[in-house]
Design a protein around this ligand. Sequence first.
Ligand SMILES: [Zn+2]
Length: 171
Amino acid sequence: MKALLVIDMLNDFVEKGGALDCGDRAREIVPFVHRKIEEYRREKQLVVFVCDSHRPDDPEFQLFPRHSIKGTEGARIIAALPIGQKDISIEKTRYSAFTNTGLEKTLRKHRVDQVHIVGVCTSICVMDTVGDLRDRDYPVIVYQDGVADFDPEAHRFSLRRMEKIYGAKIV
Ligand SMILES: [Zn+2]
């Protein structure tokens, strides 16, 4: 089974004026991400939405403006990517989708043996999640047309790093 991780495609990251708006690039990837999601559903593969969901006093807000507070509009998946019946959604509070979440168990339960990645932002939650996947020896594919970052230089660096250091495949 393949899993597609859709990382932080939430109002606060993707919508214009969101609390951590990742910029036009994040909006430009939406049609690609949508196509990928449909493709995985059609092939009966697993689609996992990974969603930032913070408490109002989360320590992460010492580094970043408050965003994606659990239960608010900002923490919701963007309207352009409605979650499907068989999709899974996982809430996280840290950069990596593995930290204090059920992701590891979910991947095992569904016998996932390959993980594909889309979402934002490339240099933070995407890269940290890819690192943790590679630490667990999952083969990983990152779709470069399906990831985005508010910092274009960090975006390019992260793609190179995920390829050269983590051994992810960038396609
Ligand atoms: Zn966050």
